[in-house]
Design a binder for this molecule. Sequence first.
Ligand SMILES: CC(C)(COP(=O)(O)OP(=O)(O)OC[C@H]1O[C@@H](n2cnc3c(N)ncnc32)[C@H](O)[C@@H]1OP(=O)(O)O)[C@@H](O)C(=O)NCCC(=O)NCCS
Length: 221
Amino acid sequence: MSKKIIIIGGEGNGGVVASCIEDNLSRFNDLEWEVAGFLNDFEKGKTILGYPVLGGTDDIEKFLKEDFYIMYAIHMIGRNVKTEEVFLEMNIPLDRLATIIHKTAFVARSAVLGPGVFIMSNCYVGPGVKMGYCSLMMANSLLGHNTTVGPLCHFSVGSITSSYIEIGKASDVALGAKVLEKRKIGNYAVAGANSLITHDIPDYEIHIGSPAVFLKKIRFD
Ligand SMILES: CC(C)(COP(=O)(O)OP(=O)(O)OC[C@H]1O[C@@H](n2cnc3c(N)ncnc32)[C@H](O)[C@@H]1OP(=O)(O)O)[C@@H](O)C(=O)NCCC(=O)NCCS
């Protein structure tokens, strides 16, 4: 029998997770997960992609008492501290987090994925990669060998993160950005869309351009 999952988030990342589960079922006959619905503070009582919004993040306790698994699909690029705060407020036990991988993704046998990791179609996760809990890889994003990623990070569509890279918590590699090998990206930091990261990015900073330079700090509200 399929395990029931509740997706925390909206039609963006959350919808992508739901579509991944649907595609794994319809094309690959993968019955592991079944979407029960969403939790979303702004869409209570509505539907997202045809699934019911069962409540808001305040309602999580009720669902944890039942046999649901959880996917935390909220990630606010540029409000990275808030992304973590919302997660921590819910106190979700790590063993209740679902790990979901699209059937077309390549994940090396030696890669270690934390609970709550999501990996969308055509992603590549190289040997020796470590991904912390609730880190999300959107379609066609790549993580090179021996790269370490903290919890709650987000890799946008088409991003390329090379090898021997260390990324802290709740950070981003945005749309089509590329990170050269052996660089460090701190906590709550952002490699902006289409950037080429040739140097380390300190905590809380957003860098853009090629080669990337400091743009501004993230928002803290
Ligand atoms: C990092 C990011 C959030 C910054 O965007 P922003 O907050 O809108 O940036 P600002 O409003 O401070 O922009 C300041 C200036 O930098 C420019 N700029 C913003 N992002 C830029 C980028 N990635 N590359 C080059 N220039 C950029 C703006 O056009 C603006 O220029 P101007 O002053 O000449 O008008 C954005 O670049 C980004 O990466 N967004 C995420 C995209 C993504 O991955 N989405 C998820 C899809 S799965």
